[in-house]
Write a protein that binds this ligand. Structure first.
Ligand code: NAD
Length: 234
């Protein structure tokens, strides 16, 4: 690729972590680890039954803690380490595989499994231990106000000011392993395109909002992304 881009944004979804052994959302018919989204990923579910929702995320932690980054995550780090201009990552994933791959500039717009936020004071607690309805906030010392730092349906996404800024200024937008049905992340490609970015989609198949992508690269991200990154760096 001859062109040098001024700013690159990579949006990642559950598909980038599939080759690390983590189930995607769509692969299980809209169930997430065998639970209905309405039971574990809405603010109403958390208000109704916080113990159950805490348990669900606590049970996911060992698998996500043990997971290892795959060649797609590592390729993005290689790009960040070697490309002359900024490369930002926006991820919908709650796993920490980009961090484990030693990427930087990662925006977890849907939150992180290893964090809990205090609904009393806003403190974000980082922990792989279980968080429960008894957990005491280390900042305000109030018990029972910690919520998994996962953005539930009906809540605002995190870091949106920054995300909007980088989308508006990027000239290359790359989407990896996202189905494009969870909004507003599904509309990021449209924003980037409106501001003039060239857009690439890496997925196993064409997605529902493929209209805004200039290029589609089909296949497993762990196989298709590394050679693409090498081409960008050549
Ligand atoms: P999704 O599950 O809706 O879609 C995954 C997409 O990845 C699909 O389009 C699929 O075709 C594609 N895909 C699957 N394997 C692939 C591979 N090896 N290479 C390339 N593409 C592949 O995921 P989403 O769009 O990210 O939305 C689901 C929501 O569920 C997100 O909000 C996310 O927070 C949450 N979630 C997160 C994780 C995680 O953190 N690892 C896992 C499951 C769900």
């Amino acid at each position: 690729m001859d062109k040098k881009y001024k700013s690159i944004v990579v949006l990642t979804g559950a598909g980038i972590s599939a080759e690390s052994g983590l189930a995607t959302f769509r692969s299980s018919n809209g169930l997430w680890n065998n639970h209905r989204v309405e039971d574990v990923a809405t603010i109403e579910a958390f208000q109704r039954n916080p113990e159950f929702v805490h348990d669900f995320y606590n049970q996911m932690k060992p698998e996500l803690l043990a997971a290892k980054p795959n060649p797609a995550h590592l390729a993005l780090t290689k790009l960040q380490d070697n490309y002359p201009t900024p490369v930002s990552i926006i991820t919908q994933n709650v796993d920490t595989l980009h961090e484990k791959a030693k990427s930087r500039n990662i925006n977890h717009i849907h939150g992180q499994i290893n964090q809990a936020v205090c609904l009393n004071c806003g403190h974000v607690l980082e922990t792989w231990n279980d968080v429960t309805t008894e957990t005491v906030c280390p900042q305000c010392s109030v018990a029972g106000m910690m919520k998994p730092n996962i953005v539930f349906f009906g809540e605002n996404l995190l870091y949106m000011d920054k995300v909007e800024r980088i989308l508006a200024s990027c000239d290359l937008f790359i989407s990896v392993g996202t189905s494009g049905v969870v909004f507003p992340a599904a509309a990021f490609v449209q924003t980037a395109k409106l501001y003039g970015a060239e857009t690439y989609e890496f997925n196993l198949e064409k997605t529902s909002n493929n209209f805004y992508f200039d290029h589609h690269i089909f296949g497993k991200a762990g196989e298709t992304l590394p050679p693409f990154i090498d081409e960008l760096l050549a």
